[in-house]
Design a protein around this ligand. Sequence first.
Ligand code: COA
Ligand code: ZN
Length: 305
Amino acid sequence: MADVFLQEVGPRDGLQMEAVFVPTAQKIALIDALTATGLSRVEVSSFVSPKAVPALADAADVFAGIARRPGVIHVALVPNAKGAERAIAAKADELNMVLSVSRTHNLANMRMTPEESLAGFRDIVRMGKGAGVLLNGTVATAFGCPFEGAEPPERVLELVRLYLEMGCTGVTLADTTGMANPRQIEDLAGAALSIAGAGALTLHLHNTRGLGLANVFAAWRAGVRRFDAALGGLGGCPFAPGASGNIATEETAAMFSEMGVDTGLDLRALLEEARGLAAIVGHDVPSQLTKSGLVEDLHPAPAPR
Ligand code: COA
Ligand code: ZN
């Protein structure tokens, strides 16, 4: 078994931010290629309002088209009961509910107060349990909000407890716009770990301010073993100013590999897929590794002068 689990969110968090609509067949081919690299969890799409996120309006078709690889959990992000109903009909293995600790961000993102979101989640949990799907609860803006600034850690931890009490099998702390620093990660992720345990806690980090992998390292040292990441470092919340990419899956996998920590992933295959992303989204991707190549990829020595 791997020492650290990377969970791919590129098809959802990555593509939701793109100006172009990536054709359904291309999304399906990308997801199939990703699940072939050894990833155990992939966030396939989100069942949100197509008016809010037109880029993912084809969620049901994507779910219908992908190859279901045994052992892979195919996740759907859902904002409300309507989303859960659509996701269950599409045979998602797991529903990921998202709520911002920041009232202002939740209103901008979900057009609901956090209390209204939570009330809806109780219905989603009931529906999910009835359908036998896994349930994950995400706390967005957990390390800071682009509108409100710092959020009280106690409130974040309260939401972690609430998700677990509701019956979620997993809880995610999201640094939606990359405001976290390694010390803060150590403190808050450490506290969340003592509540949820390493098997249930995921960190969802963005590299908005260049601290993505520093934060991963701090979290790993604190005992976190599950991380969301997006191929090529795509991603961001369309309803948060200045949002930018997730930590890149291939860079995170390469870092752990260099450290001798097993992720169970085919790093070369991931890198190849990351390099192919530019042709799909129509622009260069943030990942440095797509340009530099792996550490072990040495260059021929210059000819003697
Ligand atoms: N899937 C599809 N359509 C949905 C939906 C869902 N989960 N939830 C609501 N809708 C539709 C309604 O049917 C209604 O359609 P109509 O205008 O054709 O009648 C319309 O959306 C408005 O419904 P309402 O319940 O009033 O929603 P809203 O306008 O208050 O928006 C959300 C609330 C949550 C649906 C919307 O803000 C949203 O989808 N947010 C997600 C944002 C996101 O994905 N952010 C990034 C990931 S965290
Ligand atoms: Zn994100």
